[in-house]
Design a protein around this ligand. Sequence first.
Ligand code: UD1
Length: 353
Amino acid sequence: MKILSVVGARPQFVKLSPVAHALAAAGHEHVIVHTGQHYDAALSDVFFADLGIDRPDVNLHVGSGSHAEQTGAMLPGLERAMLDHRPDWVLVYGDTNSTVAAALAAVKIHQPVAHLEAGLRSFNRRMPEEHNRVMTDHAADLLLAPTAVAVEHLRSEGLADRTVLVGDVMTDVLYRVRDEVVREGAPAVAAPEGDYLVATIHRAENTDDPERLGAIVGALASLPRPVLLLAHPRLRDRAAAAGIDLTAGAVTVLEPQPYPTLVALVARSSGVVTDSGGLQKEAFLLRVPCTTLRRETEWVETVELGWNVLDGDLTDVAGHALRPTPPATDAAPYGDGHAAEQVVAALTEALPA
Ligand code: UD1
């Protein structure tokens, strides 16, 4: 079987890692196409190096732009790569502009396409990620769902026939890296002694309105505990443009961190404050309380189990961020760390004739 994976942004490199390993272990051919949506070394190259992923076979170097510019710039190169390699499956990941561009390019040339992390919904139609998810799910031939909740969303949209529950591949890589960090010692990190919080903010809904961004930075700055803010380029850009100083009060600004360092930093922290989807789940899996600065989440299980609190209106960021660790749980809504094998099995099973 020949798989062509399309990735472009940081969380997709994390998801690609366990899938690439599982495909290699099963002896399948794997072509990796990087759209170039993320191009900074800290958002791209270090993930390939640290997570043991082969260098991309193709890099389209599309870079930044408006949604239309970025998505449109990807289409011709994606179509070319699919025609050149003629895989059995194009595999697309998550919810970025690279995901929807690859799904669109594939269906137009009758190229079978599978969507990994299908069925997640925020039901917030102002988020670019929500459009990307919905359009990709309805275009794709095979929907690889991470959770029972995602399966239910797909069923209610009439997509049950194409859906397979495989579990969450980010859990696979998180467990693997957590165990490496424990075994081999944490990579060098600038973590303060004692209790501290890890924060990330990058979503357009939080960064692009100066008033809201100012309120978020103000809330982080006034926390009575050190806050390590791992600053995504979008956050830095928008803060600079709005004249907002990210380094105020409790906040120490760091570059985006490599994945093993992030895992080590979060595991040792007393809490996470974020708008990232992946980090909400990673905090839960590492059993660190999370406060999410959004009004909704796709990972509802983290909230239902008491490990994640949504504070989209910034009503009590300090109260939530400093709350004690909830009672222990052995709930495993994201699977057992072997989802990538299920992905390979589902792709093999559904192989088009
Ligand atoms: C994208 C995804 C989002 C995902 C996130 C992970 C979309 C619509 N959004 O958001 O779902 O959670 O990636 O990080 O696809 N930039 C750099 N260097 C880079 C990449 C981007 O400086 O390597 C700057 C760009 O100039 C731009 C900003 O970051 O100003 C946003 O980049 P973009 O790829 O549009 O979206 P993200 O916010 O990263």
